[in-house]
Design a protein around this ligand. Structure first.
Ligand code: CMP
Length: 515
């Protein structure tokens, strides 16, 4: 009997078969009793034990009478499956019973590699002990490789995913990530098989690495070359009694006045009017405060501080948050009510005109007439009120706010003057018939009243002295404008001033046909 036969006999001996059966049985009982959740892991070992028993029984049953090839096949199988059964039992005992019971953390990839290696090693050892040649050993090692692959199967995709994530550095511990299902969490750990996300609710999301790579996720607040900051938004509503421009500016200035913990300075905070009454149903405008936070874990408390400061700022400015409301328009009927409204409106307009020395010589009746023709016309900061080159239709009376007069020379905008209420502008185009000589842009929210050309003409015809006063203002402005445009010297300026007043006066009187 050669070494191979002796080895087969020993592998199929009642002692080994009985002993291994008892070992498997004990393991089944232990796992069923104490670690039910690991029952799945039993299956493979039970499979090896089944094969071992089947091959062993067949080996004994046929005995020496079997042909040599079959005898070696059954003997070799018995020895191989005995070793696999032993490796399976040992792996179960160590990684699924003892280490978890001792609360020793087991990294799945490590246990898989160890167990897979043990299968391969014992497989090769058994086959060489059985006296098999290299070709058979190679075939057997292929079997072992298959076994290894099978044992790694569940984790292989995840491991590859984990390695890819770590190599690429696409996610790093500490990053805030939003998953496809909308859940957000901070990456606490990148493991071989899965990635752990800690949520704001103090939960931990476990995402298999393969799933992380296959799906789409958003890394919050990360932008190439910038420090981490994520945009947050809080919203509020204010009714239409308050101009959106005023509300935005006021809240913006109030929020910038003192630093807010966790809100970064760059990108800067914004206050926006998001909508003017949604679906035509609301009686208020929707606003949003957008700001960037450094620590997303503290985003809820930061939102709360921004809300509280916004509320306080509105409160200080006497602007209440909108309440659900229904607007009822109440019309006073009858001639008297109409007349009273008109009287009130004119009184306000006359008060505005009286602020101008230009109109001081006008009688109350003339002022009232002029006021009757003024059209209320507000602008927000940044809006262009008149544009250079446009045809002039109106004279503007500036009641409140300030504007900048800007002229464009060869594509470059140059500031000419700043107008502060009370003042008027647009007289050049209206009085000379020339296109607007400059653009006038609101620097702040502005209240203007417009007077159209026909009404203006009527007033000038009734009071030609106004033409002289206006031509003086106009001449001064023109020279100033020319200085910016043509870069005049001081000497040229005073020369131009003297001739300009007379020239403009003549131009105006002829343009309006005044005597
Ligand atoms: P108009 O040319 O009709 O439109 C642009 C207006 O800007 C102009 O009338 C003037 O009212 C005003 N404007 C032009 N130049 C000056 C200036 N130098 N100072 C003040 N206002 C000016």
């Amino acid at each position: 009997m050669d070494a191979g036969h002796a080895f087969f006999d020993e592998a199929a001996s009642p002692l080994w078969m009985g002993g291994s059966s008892v070992a498997v049985l004990v393991l089944v009982l232990v796992i069923n009793a104490f670690r039910k959740e690991r029952r799945r892991q039993l299956r493979r070992t039970l499979g090896w034990w089944g094969l071992y028993t089947a091959f062993g029984l067949a080996f004994w049953a046929l005995g020496e009478s079997a042909p040599e090839g079959l005898h070696r096949f059954l003997g070799g199988g018995t020895a191989l499956f005995r070793s696999y059964t032993l490796v399976g039992c040992a792996a179960l005992l160590v990684f699924d019973v003892v280490l978890p019971a001792l609360r020793v953390p087991v990294v799945r990839i490590t246990s898989d590699l160890l167990v897979g290696g043990a299968y391969a090693f014992t497989g090769l050892a058994v086959l060489s002990a059985a006296g098999l040649d290299f070709g058979s050993a190679l075939a057997a090692s292929t079997v072992a490789a298959a076994v290894l692959t099978i044992s790694l199967q569940s984790t292989l995709g995840n491991v590859v995913g984990g390695v890819a994530i770590q190599l690429e550095g696409s996610i790093r511990p500490g990053d805030w990530v939003q998953l496809e299902n909308g859940k957000q969490g901070r990456v606490s750990e990148l493991r071989w098989r899965h990635t752990l996300l800690e949520t704001r609710e103090w939960d931990t999301i476990v995402i298999p690495n393969s799933a992380l790579l296959a799906g789409q996720f958003t890394i919050l607040g990360r932008r190439e070359g910038k420090s981490t900051s994520h945009r947050q938004q809080i919203t509020f509503q204010v009714d239409f009694r308050h101009a959106p421009g005023d509300v935005c500016r006021m809240v913006h200035d109030a929020l910038l006045a003192s630093p807010i913990p966790n809100v970064v300075a760059d990108p800067p905070l914004q206050v926006l009017c998001l909508d003017l009454g949604r679906e035509n149903r609301d009686s208020y405008a929707h606003y949003g405060v957008r700001f960037w936070v450094a620590d997303l874990g503290q985003s809820d408390p930061t939102d709360s501080i921004v809300r509280a400061r916004t509320f306080a700022a509105l409160h200080r400015a006497g602007i209440p948050l909108a309440r659900p409301s229904i607007t009822q328009f109440h019309f006073e009927q009858g001639e008297n009510a109409e007349r009273e409204r008109e009287v009130r409106r004119r009184a306000r307009a006359v008060a505005t005109l009286k602020a101008f020395s230009l109109f001081h010589s006008m009688t109350a009746e003339e002022l009232d007439h002029l006021a009757a023709n003024l059209v209320y016309c507000p602008f927000d900061a940044g809006e262009t009120i008149t544009r250079q080159g446009a045809v002039a239709h109106w004279l503007y009376v500036l009641e409140s706010g300030s504007c900048e007069v800007v002229t464009e020379v060869e594509g470059v905008h140059r500031p000419v003057a700043t107008l502060r209420a009370p003042d008027l502008f647009g007289e050049m185009g209206l009085m000379t018939g020339e296109p607007r000589g400059a653009s006038v842009i609101a620097l702040t929210p502005v209240v203007c009243h417009r007077l159209d050309k026909e009404d203006f003409e009527r007033i000038l015809s009734a009071r030609p002295a106004l033409a002289r006063d206006l031509s003086e203002i106009l001449a001064d402005r023109r020279v100033e404008l020319a200085m910016v445009r043509e870069e005049l010297t001081a000497e040229a300026r005073s020369l131009r001033m003297a001739t300009e007043r007379q020239r403009i006066f003549e131009r105006i009187t002829s343009f309006f046909g005044l005597s």
